[in-house]
Write a protein that binds this ligand. Structure first.
Ligand code: ADP
Length: 396
């Protein structure tokens, strides 16, 4: 078995894979330990059937032990040692980590050093790594970083136009995120297009709560919209994406809020939520927009215009034949209206969607472009957990 873990400061999300057939890992068990250090709630879902436990969890170690005990009780595993590998999703690896790595003391130090770049994400990963290390000392621990896939970006795409010293002294540069998802899509695209990864040029729109676009040139990340942090680029559920940086000083003067409060608003109360004043959830925004709510409609128009503008910019940068425009993650996989508007607004590229295929149900992926489209358009279901499982498997 391989356990895939995505940990936050008070939660551990997990998915257990059976690797008996290593070329086809299967997962029937997933769950979430949450409210760690508050009170504690654990949910384990086995083939869709939910088991809930309200047990006090004082820290991540308590949570890990409860998960392993319940796995044994529920006969998901015979004994904790059946878990041979644990793959961790880690948000920030800075510019040192360029691929999945076995977790060593040095890697833990790198995760710690990068806490200043990802204060909300890296601490949870580190505490959960320590907890699993203590609980399963013989398991292989592997880290997959959201930033590492983007380490192939050329300098001209990752440098900011600020004093060079900010880069050399403080590592201010574009790092990019959602790398595990992009790597999965680039891998899957080999099967979809029947081409080797190094021969693929793609523009992938990962549109979830957090959202970004990635230009994949010759199978590698060439540019992406997120930056030093995930706040940059597209309009998102609650994040603003790119704005004029002077707005921060101006709003501070007007409202008396300090720059931490304002950055918090840009992260948590902007984007779809901020414009629509209804919700950060695209389903709610679309529903209200179709009922004639002007702010909801504005949110949809802004959202789709910004994605389209980046698609066109990235096509210009790839400057070669593009195999496909791919939509993935919650909104990209499910919201037909959003895909349609984005492709309609990518004027220079001659994208034409087949409206019936756009609405059609699918399992893994579906080509939704019409015959006239100059570039194929696809909806593809991402699978970050499977990607992490496969990477972990390589170390076993
Ligand atoms: P996360 O970044 O948290 O993993 P997801 O990838 O699950 O997020 O995406 C969540 C987003 O997907 C939400 O805005 C949600 O409204 C949207 N979404 C999910 N299903 C649909 C749907 N059928 N139509 C429109 N939006 C959808």
């Amino acid at each position: 078995m391989i356990l895939v873990v995505n940990a936050g400061s008070s939660s551990i999300k997990f998915k257990l894979f059976d690797i008996s057939n290593s070329s086809n890992p299967i997962s029937k068990v997933e769950g979430l330990a949450e409210r760690i250090s508050v009170d504690g709630r654990l949910t384990i879902e086995i083939e869709g059937e939910k088991h809930e436990f309200n047990n006090q969890m004082n820290d991540h170690l308590d949570a890990v032990q409860l998960i392993l005990n319940k796995f044994t009780e529920l006969k998901v595993i015979e004994k904790p040692e059946d878990i041979k590998g644990i793959g961790f999703r880690i948000v920030h690896g800075g510019d040192k980590v360029v691929k999945p790595v076995e977790i060593t003391d040095e890697i833990k130090k790198t995760i710690e050093e990068n806490i200043r770049l990802a204060p909300l994400h890296n601490p949870g990963a580190l505490t959960s790594i320590n907890a699993f290390e203590k609980s399963l000392p013989n398991a292989k621990l592997v880290g997959c970083f959201d930033t590492s896939y983007h380490q192939t970006m050329p300098e001209v795409n990752y440098m900011y136009t600020v004093p060079y010293e900010w880069y050399s002294k403080y590592q201010v540069r574009k790092y990019g995120f959602h790398g595990i998802s992009y790597e999965y899509i680039a891998f899957k695209a080999q099967e979809i297009f029947n081409k080797k990864q190094e021969n693929l040029n793609l523009i992938v729109c990962h549109l979830g709560n957090g959202a970004s676009v990635c230009a994949i040139k010759n199978g590698k990340s060439f540019n992406t919209t997120m930056g030093l942090t995930p706040l940059a680029g597209l309009m998102m559920g609650t994040r603003s994406g790119d704005i004029d940086p002077s707005i921060i000083q101006y709003i501070s003067k007007e409202t008396g809020k300090d720059l931490f409060e304002i950055t918090d608003i840009l992260n948590k109360q902007s984007g779809l939520q901020g414009i629509s004043e209804i919700s950060s959830d695209m389903r709610d925004v679309i529903e209200q927009s179709t009922k004639g709510n002007d702010k909801a409609s504005l949110a949809v128009e802004l959202y789709t215009q910004i994605v389209a503008d980046f698609i066109v910019k990235f096509a210009n940068q790839i400057n070669d034949k593009i195999d496909g425009i791919i939509f993935t993650a919650g909104i990209g996989e499910n919201a037909a209206l959003i895909r349609e508007k984005i492709t309609q607004k990518s004027n220079l590229l001659g994208l034409v969607i087949d409206s019936q295929l756009n609405e059609e149900k699918y399992s893994d992926y579906l080509n939704i472009s019409s015959k006239e489209s100059k570039i194929s358009i696809l909806k593809v279901r991402t699978n970050e957990e499977l990607m992490i499982c496969n990477e972990t498997l390589k170390f076993l």
